[in-house]
Design a protein around this ligand. Structure first.
Ligand SMILES: NC(=O)c1ccc[n+]([C@@H]2O[C@H](COP(=O)([O-])OP(=O)(O)OC[C@H]3O[C@@H](n4cnc5c(N)ncnc54)[C@H](OP(=O)(O)O)[C@@H]3O)[C@@H](O)[C@H]2O)c1
Length: 332
């Protein structure tokens, strides 16, 4: 496993990290979740991403149990705040009250004294940014959080946060967590140039477009049993990719991967890692074998010719409109 800096910070993180959205506390049983974490660690992954809201807070608790008792210095634990964790009007958003309460609950569930990276899961249009950034800064000063970041923020929102931190002397954001894959490139036009300017690294989610870029979903065929797309509990988001022509284009990438001795998953994860502004690609997994296969993308270099061939195959399906970087308005 190769390591990269988290943005311009001194912290190193594994360039492939394991996330537990939909899986831990949800789609898979606890023993499978623990096996995936073990496979990740066996392969050199030290960085784990979760969120207070995943599986109604159960995902953090599963990850906490999976990592309990381990040497804390050898782990980087990332979590997030913003989406509702309860029915109350204040159980959501980026107010000082919810940030403080949610952070304390995350620390308890994760069984740790500190979170390595605490992320604003979306931009909150109902809280002044100064309030959010001061609360984040207080958590850093209290030692409960080491670094702060955001997720799916636009270039303007990122710029604004950097300006406020500078004016107020707050600890500044060091990362953004956007969706990014060879099919979904909306951050390239605006978010990445702004991030580079300010030393912000991308920790990218769904590098496999939720499993679509493994090539296991075939055009004109039902999704295989036991996959995310076949599971009514978790297939809301993956459905967007279930288009026969797009699934055929993914199959057409196979020879490119095969020429390099890679699987389609490895080629797709390697694709996001070619971007130097990416600090880590967060993969998801329901089985340990998936982790073992996917981590082999670490360190793979793709030539300009290969990148061009990929574009020729999937070009027409690539989503790149920067306006798609959005947060719920009003707040979720
Ligand atoms: N910040 C945000 O708003 C946000 C949003 C979404 C996700 N995330 C983060 O990103 C992480 C990853 O997202 P994701 O799970 O969508 O990532 P992904 O890596 O694109 O998809 C993972 C899923 O693909 C399937 N898969 C993976 N490797 C495979 C292989 N080698 N062969 C066959 N199938 C394979 C598995 O699903 P099945 O086995 O069920 O088919 C697995 O759960 C999340 O856990 C979370 O930490 C963040």
């Amino acid at each position: 496993m190769e390591f990269r800096h988290l943005g311009a910070t001194g912290l190193k993180i594994s360039e492939i990290s394991l996330g537990n959205w939909l899986t831990h506390g949800g789609q898979i049983a606890e023993d499978a979740a623990i096996s995936c974490v073990k496979a990740a660690q066996d392969a050199g992954i030290s960085t784990f991403d979760t969120a207070d809201v995943y599986s109604g807070t159960a995902a953090e608790a599963v990850l906490g149990r999976a990592l309990a008792g381990q040497r804390r210095e050898s782990l980087e634990i990332f979590t997030k705040v913003y989406f509702p964790t309860g029915d109350g009007v204040n159980d959501r958003g980026l107010s000082r009250k919810h940030i403080m309460e949610s952070c304390h609950a995350s620390l308890r569930r994760l069984q740790t004294d500190y979170i390595d990276l605490y992320q604003a899961h979306r931009y909150d249009y109902e809280t002044p940014l100064e309030e959010t950034l001061r609360a984040f800064d207080d958590l850093v000063r209290q030692g409960k959080v080491l670094y702060v970041g955001v997720s799916e923020w636009s270039s303007k929102q990122i710029e604004h946060a950097i300006e406020i931190a500078k004016d107020m002397g707050f600890d500044r954001i060091v990362s953004n967590q956007p969706q990014y894959s060879l099919l979904y490139r909306v951050i390239e036009e605006k978010v990445i140039p702004t991030s580079k300017k300010h030393g912000i690294g991308q920790i990218v989610w769904s590098p496999l477009a939720q499993g679509v870029l493994t090539g296991k979903y075939l055009p004109h065929q039902p999704a295989p049993q036991g996959t995310r797309a076949s599971d009514e509990r978790v297939n809301d988001f993956v459905k967007r990719w279930m288009d026969d022509d797009l699934l055929q284009a993914v199959q057409d990438l196979r020879p490119i991967a095969a020429d390099l001795g890679l699987s389609l998953s490895q080629l797709s994860i390697a694709w996001v890692l070619q971007n130097k502004n990416v600090s880590s690609a967060i993969i998801g997994a329901t089985r340990p074998e998936q982790v073992t296969e996917n981590v082999k993308a670490s360190g793979v270099k793709l030539s300009k010719e290969v990148m061009k061939k990929i574009d020729e195959v999937v070009g027409k399906f690539v989503i790149s409109d920067p306006k798609l970087t959005q947060s719920p308005k009003p707040r979720a």
